[in-house]
Design a protein around this ligand. Structure first.
Ligand SMILES: NC(=O)N[C@@H](CC(=O)O)C(=O)O
Ligand SMILES: [Zn+2]
Ligand SMILES: [Zn+2]
Length: 345
């Protein structure tokens, strides 16, 4: 008998949709699976205020395929110049649901990012006061810190002191990749939560480096050791998990920008996001915990209703195309030319 699972329609709490023709290429993949998504603001130039977020939101809505429903949940990109007034305006907009910290230089399009959280304490204090979530790319960027240690060092140097200053600040530790981060979030109060990608649950750094270097598996934070992957799986599938939720961090880049001497960071997973997560929960013998992770925990944290619609997945393998159209180029998806074990019905 084929195995199926039906869950409330999930949301993607960390997504890169890009803009223009690229947006039109990738959005249908997300809309097929997810009712809403937290849309990352690292465009060029970045989405730094409510006016820009409102315009970007309209462009996303205009790109939703006819007859389908999808709600983009917008975010602002924190810079050294973000003010408390910007935060008040964001909250008042009703469509901005978080403010994103990209430590300057940490990742794709982070040049305009914040150079020191201490420069924007009035803005962060206002987020704490208004309950507007602070979404963090949790990596330090100091050149002397090993790239595999950047997340753990961020906890000590940035996260702990910030939460000591603002104990009520709602924080989403985005795309966590280490046991250190999983333990930190588990031990923190309920105003601290985390998103976890499918790729960090499925792969360790060997996948990227053994038998040849695979640029399409290069993302930030970078894939880690197996002990970290196992800690993440344990955290998301735990019977009492209510603070870890689905965030694909699907981050499309044109094939040529990845297959080059200095390739950029980001994996494209929107084409098979839910099936990939289903594999993780299935392998762990915890399919019954998928719905909390994918459809409930994030809604509760953001104070939004759980969808009344459902989606169904069937255990049936299919071969992922080797590439998908992406603006005037192509994007190479995760598992290109390989099997995925679950399928959206
Ligand atoms: N995850 C990535 O490797 N890349 C993201 C940026 C980010 O989420 O850090 C991107 O926008 O390409
Ligand atoms: Zn990031
Ligand atoms: Zn991201």
């Amino acid at each position: 008998m084929t195995q199926t699972i039906t869950i409330a329609r999930p949301d993607d709490w960390h997504l890169h949709l890009r803009d223009g023709a690229g947006l039109a290429s990738v959005l249908p993949h997300t809309v097929r699976e997810f009712g809403r998504a937290i849309v990352m603001p690292n465009l060029k130039p970045p989405v730094t205020n409510v006016a820009l977020a409102g315009e970007y939101r309209q462009r996303i809505l205009a790109a939703v395929p006819a007859g389908q429903s999808f709600q983009p949940l917008m975010t602002l990109y924190l810079t050294d110049n973000t003010t408390a007034a910007d935060i008040v305006a964001a909250k008042a907009s009703g469509f901005v649901h978080g403010v994103k910290l990209y430590p300057a230089g940490a990742t794709t399009n982070s040049d305009a990012g914040c150079t020191d959280v201490n420069k924007v304490l009035p803005a962060i204090e206002k987020m704490a006061e208004l309950g507007l979530p602070f979404l963090v790319h949790g990596e330090v960027v100091d050149s002397e810190i090993d790239i595999f240690d950047r997340e753990a060092v961020f906890i000590d140097r940035i996260m702990q002191p910030l939460l000591a200053k603002f104990p009520n600040l709602k924080v989403v530790f985005e795309h966590i990749t280490t046991k250190d981060a999983a333990d930190f979030v588990t031990g923190a109060p309920d105003n601290v939560a985390a998103t976890v990608t499918a790729h960090h649950l499925l792969m360790n750094r060997n996948a990227m480096l053994v038998g040849g270097i695979r640029p399409h598996l290069y993302c930030l934070p970078i894939l880690k050791r197996e002990i970290h992957r196992q800690a993440l799986v344990k955290a998301v599938t735990a019977d009492d998990n209510h603070k870890f939720f689905l965030g694909t961090d699907s981050a499309p880049h044109a094939k040529g920008a990845k297959e080059t001497a200095c390739g950029c960071a980001g994996m494209y997973t929107a084409h098979a996001a839910l099936p990939l997560y289903a594999e993780v929960f299935d392998l762990a013998g915890k399919l019954d915990r998928l719905e909390a992770f994918a459809s409930q925990n994030g809604s509760a944290f953001y104070g939004l209703p759980v969808s009344s619609e459902t989606v169904t997945l069937r255990k049936e393998s299919w071969v992922v195309p080797t590439e998908y159209a992406f603006a005037d180029s192509v994007v190479v998806p995760l598992r290109a030319g390989e099997l995925v074990q679950w399928k959206l019905v």
